[in-house]
Ligand binder design. Structure first.
Ligand code: NAD
Length: 420
């Protein structure tokens, strides 16, 4: 049996094929390449939760550490119906490359629970989170593995995780998670970090292409933590946000949407759908609308072999993890579309998570202006490194970013050697 079968999923096949391609380009030591193809450890847990209807439902959860060569592991926790071991393992691998690319002292991890968070009450989500945390408790800790929010989870989820972990230690342990509320040791600017990082990277991309960002037409899929913040900041900076969507569907106005009013509509109704003055359209239609910049900021595999030829955007900024399949990547590349890859484009979240972790360990908190200045510097530097490497090696930005991330992890493995 192929050992990777255990972790099989669309996203894992994509992640493996990216690693294999980059390993060939880097002429990676085959022994190290082989080690990087598997997670270091993976835990599968069942999570019984007493539901509001009096029945006990069992959910399946996962926590995967991909590589620990560079330090403790870091990665989000996802609540979604599509979560499985393959998806979580692939996302853990991507986190290894992302942390290494950004120069952070972390390996990659990811966690997830297969559930429909929007159909659960707050009490049910809290019980799910606390029991999941208890089940994976041996896998997490401030110097072991530090979860953060991802799809379907938020600051409140992190507060419950931190509280549950702290209760088992008999003391408060803020460093066990990042993306916490400010009152319990969160960092200024963490909530906005991923969306803000996307905007910084887009400024660099526009500059490198000899263009101006303000005035560009932008479409954003997903109006959550990542997509909502990116849309608001781009709108505030003079871009014309013509379309956005969420799980219920999309909205479109060729003259531009007022994102502040849209946010108020979402806060009141729970969705972008029904926003006055906008046409409605499906998520699939939204992706194909004319625009300069497309930001997929929801789920994986949205740009694929079926729709890549009809994508009109000239720049795709990957807010989500794995939104473009390898087939779509090839089509977009052939059509001259600039794809800013996930491990670079959405790295603002893990960068400010790192800042939060450092602040927590030192019990010394920075001003938001210091955080945004440091974030901007790291994002701009990483973009320039990747842009120059792509030029030097004659490859696209994804390959260049992966080459740098994979090389650093491989170098760490080489320096440490093989135990025992
Ligand atoms: P979120 O739960 O806050 O928001 C997700 C948004 O996508 C919501 O508007 C939701 O309605 C929409 N959505 C969900 N399923 C959809 C579907 N099938 N079609 C269209 N829209 C859908 O999540 P988030 O934290 O904004 O994460 C979004 C993506 O960004 C994920 O891929 C995540 O892995 C990635 N990401 C998040 C962070 C972070 O800091 N939160 C960091 C890096 C990457």
């Amino acid at each position: 049996m192929d050992k990777t079968t255990l972790f099989d999923s669309d996203l894992h096949r994509t992640a493996l094929s990216q690693l294999d391609t980059v390993a060939r380009r880097l002429q990676l030591d085959p022994n190290i390449h082989e080690r990087l193809r598997y997670p270091r450890r993976a835990l599968v847990v069942s999570i019984p939760v007493l539901m509001d209807n009096g029945r006990t439902e069992v959910f399946i959860g996962y926590r995967v550490h991909h590589s620990t060569a560079l330090g403790p592991t870091k990665g989000g926790l996802r609540y979604d119906v599509s979560v499985d071991l393959g998806e979580v393992s692939a996302l853990a691998m991507l986190m290894s490359w992302k942390c290494a690319l950004m120069g952070l002292p972390y390996g990659g991890a990811k966690g997830g629970v297969r559930c429909s968070p929007r159909e659960m009450s707050g009490r049910e989500r809290e019980h799910l989170t606390r029991r999941y945390t208890a089940e994976i408790i041996l896998m997490i800790g401030p110097d072991l593995d530090i979860p953060a929010p991802d799809l379907g989870t938020d600051e409140q989820t992190m507060a419950w995780m931190m509280d549950t972990y702290s209760m088992t230690q008999g003391k408060s342990v803020p460093g066990v998670v990042t993306g916490k509320p400010l009152i319990v040791g969160g960092s200024a600017g963490r909530r906005e970090a991923t969306g803000r990082g996307i905007v910084y990277v887009l400024y660099q991309a526009a500059k490198s292409l000899g263009q101006e960002l303000p005035g560009k037409k932008v479409v954003v899929q997903g109006f959550g933590n990542v997509g909502g913040v990116a849309a608001r900041m781009l709108w505030r900076d003079g871009c014309v946000v013509t379309g956005v969507s969420d799980f219920k569907g999309g909205i479109w106005n060729g003259a531009g949407l007022d994102i502040r009013q849209l946010q108020a509509h979402v806060d009141a109704s729970g969705s972008v759908v029904g926003f006055p003055g906008a046409e409605s359209l499906s998520n699939a239609e939204l992706l194909e609308q004319p625009c300069d910049i497309l930001i997929p900021a929801a789920v994986a595999s949205q740009l694929n072999g079926d729709n890549a030829a009809r994508i009109k955007a000239r720049i795709v900024a990957e807010g989500a993890n794995g939104p473009t399949t390898p087939e779509a990547d090839q089509i977009l590349r052939d059509r001259g579309v600039t794809v800013i890859p996930d491990i670079l484009c959405n790295a603002g979240g893990v960068v400010v998570s790192y800042f939060e972790w450092v602040q927590g360990l030192q019990y010394y908190f920075w001003k938001e202006s210091e955080i945004t200045a440091r974030l901007q510097e790291l994002m701009a530097r990483a973009f320039t490194r990747v842009w120059n490497a792509a030029r030097k090696h004659g490859v696209d930005l994804r390959t260049a970013a992966l080459m740098e991330g994979v090389r650093r992890v491989a170098d760490a493995h080489k320096a440490r050697g093989l135990y025992p």
